[in-house]
Design a protein. Structure first.
Length: 440
């Protein structure tokens, strides 16, 4: 008779790569582990072991199910530290920078989420798209409608994904049918926290859209929620666009700078994630660093909206945690591979390099650290949740041809992230279960 414990164990054989730490802190060589012919052993949704096939194969019980992926690379699932699910239907909207883009495209689309059936339809499409792109965790904006977040969590729960999301708080400078009040925003957020925060793999983020669309009263109540629920997240936008920054200075004349508006209302901590931070001054960088707050670097969005070039190395030198975000729908791709490719170009434009192993770190373990979920996901340390992606290095004719001309892991990885996108994702696994397989 088969040992029932062994039969719930699964082993996956392929090349395997995962990050062990930040290359900038540890040095490149000590920042990753790579197994050319590797095995990842998984049981009950968790990583049991990872290593060379020659070491692990002899130790596996006959009952263990072994799946071999030829010419594939297994990495941890990608982690998107900033994305808007309600903007799935208006990605790639032409011609505007941030404030006009919000008024002309974003707000009209977000109004549609009053309809719960529409919200569910988009949530399903969105989660399918994440899986197709190998993204297993994300920090997600809803809309101002509490139902938009309720259906999002319902759909994420069905798939057992580790997700963080929140209802938008917005009580001014937006269309009337997209605003709440300080009191209703507080009460709706509280109800969602009580219902969803820490339910399975789900977590709640208090989500003021950005300083211009919240009164000081609303931001104070956001701070009150963080006091009442200390492990709840704070998720908002910061210093993305020059006109936005000028507007914040007008609306909050007593604040020293943009970040100071959030700081004044008690919104900075190691569970706070600020999207963009493209134009921060020294004082703002220092406060982010001192409070352990994180920035979501969103290169495709920053290029698409003409927002500016994120100074990644400067931020890291200040000790600020940085993760990668797609920021769909201002971002132009759900793919973290494409996001890494654009991040590289953003650094090139600043005369700096972004090593592919560093990019991989930021899209996996670094993202997990930015979101404080690294005790659960981000790499293949034994005991972590088995969220992983099986990548096809030969996904297109060009990738196959180009891979034949690579001479190192770094080369292969760089080609993968420069030429790859959802076509390179063969399978996505969440909590040890396959949630997506490419069909052709
Ligand atoms: N600032 C305020 N709202 C938004 C948004 O929806 N997208 C982006 N990129 N920036 C914002
Ligand atoms: Zn955004």
């Amino acid at each position: 008779m088969k040992d029932p414990k062994a039969s719930s164990t699964y082993a996956f054989r392929a090349a395997i790569l995962h990050s062990l730490g930040n290359p900038t802190e540890r040095g490149l060589e000590d920042s990753y582990a790579y197994f050319d012919d590797g095995i990842l052993v998984v049981a009950d949704g968790h990583v049991i072991r990872v290593g060379d096939a020659k070491d692990i194969l002899p130790t596996l019980d006959d009952a263990v199910s072994l799946t071999t992926f030829e010419n594939k690379l297994i990495t941890p699932g990608f982690i998107d530290t900033h994305i808007h699910y309600p903007q799935t239907g208006m990605i790639a909207a032409y011609g505007e920078q941030l404030l006009d883009w919000l008024n002309n495209y974003t707000f009209p689309e977000e109004k549609r989420f009053k309809d719960v059936d529409y919200a569910r339809k988009v949530a399903v499409q969105f989660l399918d798209e994440l899986a197709r792109n190998g993204t297993t965790s994300a920090l997600v904006f809803g809309t101002v409608h509490k139902e938009s977040v309720d259906v999002f969590f319902q759909e994420a729960e069905k798939r057992n994904l580790r997700m963080i999301a929140g209802k938008v708080l917005m009580d001014r400078n937006a269309p009337e049918d997209l605003t709440d009040t300080p009191e209703s925003g507080y009460a709706d957020s509280k109800a969602l926290i009580e219902k969803w925060h820490n339910k399975g793999r789900l977590h709640y983020a208090v989500t003021p859209r950005f300083a211009p669309t919240s009164t000081s009263e609303q931001l104070s109540l956001a701070g009150k929620l963080l006091q009442e629920y200390p492990d709840v997240y704070l998720h908002t936008h910061l210093s993305e666009n020059p006109s936005e920054i000028a507007w914040v200075n007008e609306l909050f004349p007593d604040s020293k700078n943009y970040l100071d508006v959030y700081d004044h209302h008690g919104l900075l901590s190691s569970r706070s994630i600020f999207a963009h931070g493209v134009h921060l001054c020294e004082g703002e960088c220092q406060r982010l660093s001192d409070t352990g707050s994180a920035i979501a670097f969103c290169p495709t969005s920053n290029l698409f909206l003409g927002s500016g070039l994120f100074p990644l190395n400067k931020m890291e030198a200040k000790g600020i945690k940085v993760g990668m975000g797609t920021d769909v729908g201002a971002g132009t791709s759900f793919s973290l591979l494409q996001t890494m490719s654009e991040a590289y170009k953003v650094m090139q434009l600043q005369g700096e390099k972004l090593h592919p192993l560093k990019s991989l770190y930021q899209a996996t373990l670094g993202g997990a650290k930015a979101l404080s979920i690294d005790e659960h996901v981000g790499n293949f340390e034994a005991g972590k949740e088995a969220d992983f992606v099986v990548l096809d290095l030969h996904a297109t004719q060009l990738m196959k041809f180009r891979m034949e001309h690579t001479h190192s892991l770094e080369d292969q990885l760089f080609v993968l992230m420069t030429l790859g996108d959802d076509r390179a994702v063969a399978h996505t696994y969440s909590y040890g279960h396959c949630v997506y397989s490419k069909t052709s």
